[in-house]
Design a protein around this ligand. Structure first.
Ligand code: AMP
Ligand code: ZN
Length: 146
């Protein structure tokens, strides 16, 4: 079976630009961001679906997601809004079958750029993702605002 990339990141066996970590969850920069400063909050224990989390894990995920969203809003990029999004199953476009909450910032007049990023995502995937240096910078900036 294919190893789960988020489990590998939790086990420090794959690279990641980490924003926050505690016993239950970990927040990292999305490597194929749909907008700048796109963060994922992942449950540390592997589970595909939200209903498979314990009540504590579910509540904690959203509590941490809320904190991260406030830090993202205060970060240098100064988004105007964020999407809180969970794709819960393949038919809902879940591509990594390990529960994660997207904190996806939105900026002034960025609707076209947002659609453009969606369409260009396969190209970014071919490229291997956003620059690690840039992701690390954004992670450090968000961390400072936590
Ligand atoms: P979803 O489509 O809701 O399952 O979201 C999975 C997200 O994980 C996508 O936004 C991907 O860009 C992101 N992703 C996949 N692999 C990695 C990785 N190695 N590091 C960070 N983010 C990743
Ligand atoms: Zn996993």
């Amino acid at each position: 079976m294919k190893p789960c990339i988020f489990c590998e990141i939790v086990a420090q066996q794959a690279p990641a630009s980490i924003v926050y970590e505690d016993d239950l969850c970990l927040a990292l920069m999305d490597i194929f961001p749909l907008r700048p400063a796109h963060v994922l909050v992942i449950n540390k224990r592997h589970a595909q679906y939200v209903h498979e989390l314990s009540e504590q894990e579910r509540n904690h995920l959203f509590m941490v997601g809320n904190k991260i969203s406030l830090a993202v809003r205060q970060s240098r990029l100064q988004p105007l809004a964020v999407h809180f999004n969970i794709n819960d199953g393949k038919a809902a476009h879940q591509t990594v079958p390990h529960v994660h909450l997207h904190i996806l910032p939105r900026y002034k007049h960025d609707s076209l750029a947002f659609v453009g990023s969606l369409l260009a995502k396969p190209l970014l995937m071919l490229k291997g993702g956003a620059s690690r240096e840039l992701l690390n910078e954004q992670a450090a900036d968000i961390k400072r605002c936590l």
